[in-house]
Design a binder for this molecule. Sequence first.
Ligand SMILES: Cc1cc2nc3c(=O)[nH]c(=O)nc-3n(C[C@H](O)[C@H](O)[C@H](O)COP(=O)(O)O)c2cc1C
Length: 139
Amino acid sequence: MYRYLYLSDVSPEFEPYQMGMLAQRARAKNQRLNITGLLLFDGLHFCQYLEGAKGDVQQLMRVIERDPRHCNLRLLGEGLSTRPRRLSDEGLFVGYSTDAAFLPGLAEGMAGMDQVVAQIWEALPRLDVDQSADWNRPA
Ligand SMILES: Cc1cc2nc3c(=O)[nH]c(=O)nc-3n(C[C@H](O)[C@H](O)[C@H](O)COP(=O)(O)O)c2cc1C
């Protein structure tokens, strides 16, 4: 299982009402690629965690990186893991953070990817994530 975690800034031309369309297309494509992911949004930042086969995740990331709807992408971690998937196979779960400091705070400090992911999972009950998300698995 290859995992990828990044933080980015929302582009000025991205309007929150576009989130549903973005998520719907992304979810369908992730399902085709057998990629699962979590996309967090606070109005100013995106934070996305993706997991799947290495080649598929890296290829998708090359597309996402070039997407003009966001910019200033900061890699928070990537790599192979022997852990099972953290998310169920719904393709993409979306969550909304009303804590303006939470997503940018994930890029501060020298925490490794596992610690940052654990921080995110610990916060999920406070974020408005799709209820069907199977995120209750231990981090
Ligand atoms: C913050 C952000 C996260 C995205 N996440 C995904 C994703 O998980 N899966 C995906 O297929 N596209 C994602 N996209 C959209 C891709 O950049 C791209 O538009 C899409 O994959 C193209 O889909 P299409 O081939 O159906 O046109 C994301 C875009 C942004 C701005």
